[in-house]
Design a protein around this ligand. Structure first.
Ligand code: FAD
Length: 488
C-alpha cells in the first residue's frame, strides 16, 4: 500500500488525511501539539469551556462531504443548526441591529433601526451572490496554478463580468455606493475582517463574504466549534489514519527533486508523498530550509491577528447573542492602527462570542463564557505585554460604555491568547489568523500553490496556501490538493 505523510493536523490536515485515506493511501499524520485541530481547539477554565479560535461556521456542507465520501452519515458524528440571527450589533449611541438570517427580516430591521431602504439590502446581497457565482468556481474550487483553470467555461464567464466583480475599487468604496447609512457601511465593511483584511484597502471582490452568511447561512455545531475537529479526527481514525502527537517534523526529505518522507522524532519516515499543513512561511524557514525559496510569495503581507480574553462572566446578559459586535466609533482609524501603525487603537471594535447562549453547559448556571476578541496587527515584535495591558482596559471601558455595565468585577476566570501565543501554538507566521492578507487585488494570485512545481510528491494545504484561510477555504484547499493526487 502506498503511504502518505501529512505534517500538521489543522482542519486542512485532518481533511487531507480523510481524503487520502479514501484514495487508498496508508496515512500517517505528524502533529507537533499533543492534540489535533491546530487553531480549532478548545480550553476549559474554572467550569467554563471555550472554543479557542474560529467561532463562525459557514459552508457546513464542506465538512459533511468528508463523511459522505466515506459512506458515513454526518449526523452520527456531528450536528449543527442554522442561526436565526447571524450577529447582534451594538453602537455606543444605543443603536442595536439584529442581523437576521432571513433577508426580509434583516431589511426590515435595518429600515427601522438605521433608516436604510430595504431595496439597498436586496441589491447588496444579490451583488454578493453574483460575485460568488462567478468567482467561487474559479478561486475556491480549483488550483490557480494549472492552465486548465484559466481556459474553461467558468473562467471565460468571469472574464466577461470582470467590471462587476469589484476588482477595481475597495470594499469601503463599494459599500458607500450601495448604502446611504454610515452604520450599515461599517457593518458590511466588517466582512473584510473575516479573512483578516482591511476594508479600506481590500478590493470590493471580498463583498463575496456576506453571501456566505446571509444567503447560505451561519451555523452553530451543537457541541461547539471544537466538535468539527473532534468529529473529523474520529472519522480519520476510523479510516485507519495513524496520528503521532507531540511529534514535530524536523525536515521534509527530498532526493533528486522527489519528496521521500520526513525526519521526525530523530528518525527517517519514508512515504510516497508528503502533504504539508504547516504555515508556509515557517515551513520554508524550517522543514524546507534547504529547498529553493519562493521569496515573493513568502514576503506577502500577512493578515491581521487577534487578541482574545477568554472570560468566565458570573452573570447573564439577556441582550447578548452567540455573536455580538460592539462597534468602534472610528472604523477607519481602527484599521489604520492595525495595518499601518501596527498598534492597537483606544476604541477597538469588540467581538464577544458566547457559546453558552446555545450550549448551556459551557458555563455554570447564571454565567456566560465570553470569548472577547479584538482584531490586532500581526506580530512585528511590538511590546505585547504593554499592548495587552492597555487593550484590556480599552476593551473593558468599551463594554461598559456600550452595554451600560461594570464588567470587571464579573470576570471570575481569565485566559489570554495573543499573536505571539498563536504563533507558538500553531506555527502561524507572525501569529496571522488567515495566512496572507487580501489587501490588494493580486493577493489571490500570490498564495502558495497546493503542490510543489519543483519537488515531485510534495503537496500543500491549509490557511497559508490557495485558496486561503478560514475553515471553509482550508477544507477546500485539502480538496483541491487531493484532487491532484492519483488513487494509491
Ligand atoms: P492550523 O490550525 O494553522 O494548524 C496547523 C497545525 O500544524 C498545528 O496543529 C501545528 O501544531 C501543526 N504543525 C506546525 N508545524 C509542524 C511541524 N513541523 N510538525 C508537525 N506539526 C506541525 N476561521 C473561520 O472560518 N471562522 C472564524 O470565525 C475564525 N476565527 C478565528 C479566530 C481566531 C482567534 C483564529 C486563531 C483563527 C480563526 N479562523 C476562523 C481561522 C481558522 O482558524 C484557520 O484558517 C484554520 O483553522 C487554519 O487551519 P489550518 O489547516 O491551516 O491549520
Amino acid at each position: 500500500q502506498k503511504k502518505a505523510i501529512i505534517i500538521g493536523s489543522g482542519i486542512a490536515g485532518l481533511a487531507a488525511s480523510i481524503r487520502l485515506a479514501h484514495k487508498g493511501y496508508q496515512v500517517e499524520v505528524f502533529e507537533a501539539n499533543s492534540y489535533p485541530g491546530g487553531k480549532l481547539s478548545e480550553i476549559s477554565i474554572k467550569g467554563y469551556r471555550f472554543d479557542c479560535g474560529p467561532s463562525l461556521f459557514t459552508l457546513p456542507e464542506e465538512v459533511d462531504e468528508l463523511f459522505h465520501l466515506s459512506d458515513k452519515t454526518p449526523e452520527d458524528y456531528f450536528r449543527y443548526q442554522q442561526l436565526d440571527v447571524n450577529c447582534h450589533y451594538f453602537w455606543e449611541d444605543g443603536t442595536t441591529v439584529q442581523a437576521y438570517a432571513d433577508r426580509n427580516d434583516f431589511s426590515q430591521e435595518v429600515l427601522e433601526k438605521l433608516g436604510e431602504e430595504p431595496s439597498h439590502i436586496n441589491a447588496a446581497l444579490d451583488r454578493s451572490a453574483f460575485i460568488y457565482k462567478h468567482l467561487a468556481p474559479l478561486f475556491m474550487h480549483r488550483s490557480l496554478h494549472k492552465w486548465s483553470t484559466w481556459i474553461n467555461k467558468d473562467a471565460i464567464k468571469a472574464y466577461l463580468k470582470l467590471g462587476k466583480l469589484g476588482l477595481f475599487h475597495t470594499m469601503n468604496q463599494a459599500n458607500k455606493k450601495q448604502f446611504s447609512q454610515d452604520k450599515l457601511v461599517q457593518l458590511f465593511n466588517r466582512y473584510a475582517t473575516y479573512n483578516g483584511s482591511d476594508p479600506y484597502q481590500t478590493p470590493a471582490t471580498l463583498n463575496i463574504i456576506p453571501h456566505l452568511e446571509f444567503n447560505r447561512g451561519a451555523y452553530f455545531p451543537s457541541k461547539g466549534m471544537h466538535a468539527i475537529t473532534q468529529s473529523l479526527y474520529a472519522l480519520a481514525t476510523e479510516l485507519g489514519v495513524n496520528f503521532s502527537f507531540g511529534t514535530p517534523v524536523e525536515k521534509i526529505v527530498v532526493e533528486k527533486q522527489h519528496a521521500k518522507g520526513v525526519l521526525a522524532a530523530g528518525r527517517f519516515h519514508a512515504s510516497d508523498l508528503v502533504v504539508n499543513n504547516m504555515d508556509m512561511v515557517n515551513a520554508y524557514k524550517t522543514i524546507l530550509k534547504d529547498q529553493a525559496q519562493p521569496k515573493k510569495l513568502l514576503q506577502q503581507p500577512k493578515s491581521s491577528s487577534a487578541l482574545i480574553f477568554y472570560w468566565g462572566i458570573k452573570k447573564e446578559f439577556p441582550e447578548l447573542d452567540l455573536h455580538n459586535i460592539l462597534f468602534s466609533e472610528n472604523y477607519k482609524q481602527e484599521f489604520d492602527h492595525i495595518f499601518n501603525k501596527q498598534i492597537i487603537c483606544e476604541d477597538p471594535t469588540v467581538y464577544i462570542n458566547i457559546t453558552s447562549v446555545y450550549k448551556k453547559d459551557d458555563a455554570p448556571d447564571g454565567c456566560m463564557n465570553w470569548f472577547t476578541m479584538i482584531n490586532v496587527p500581526n506580530n512585528q515584535g511590538q511590546d505585547w505585554d504593554l499592548l495587552k495591558a492597555k487593550a484590556r482596559i480599552s476593551i473593558i471601558n468599551k463594554i461598559n460604555r456600550t452595554l451600560k455595565t461594570d464588567i470587571e468585577p464579573l470576570i471570575e476566570a481569565e485566559e489570554i491568547l495573543d499573536p505571539v501565543s498563536i504563533e507558538t501554538k500553531t506555527s502561524s507566521a507572525n501569529g496571522a489568523l488567515y495566512g496572507n492578507s487580501s489587501n490588494n487585488r493580486y493577493a489571490a494570485f500570490l498564495r502558495h500553490a497546493n503542490y510543489s512545481s519543483s519537488i515531485k510528491g510534495l503537496y500543500f494545504c491549509g490557511g497559508s496556501v490557495h485558496p486561503g484561510g478560514g475553515i471553509p477555504l482550508c477544507l477546500l484547499s485539502a480538496k483541491i490538493m487531493s484532487n491532484m493526487i492519483p488513487k494509491a
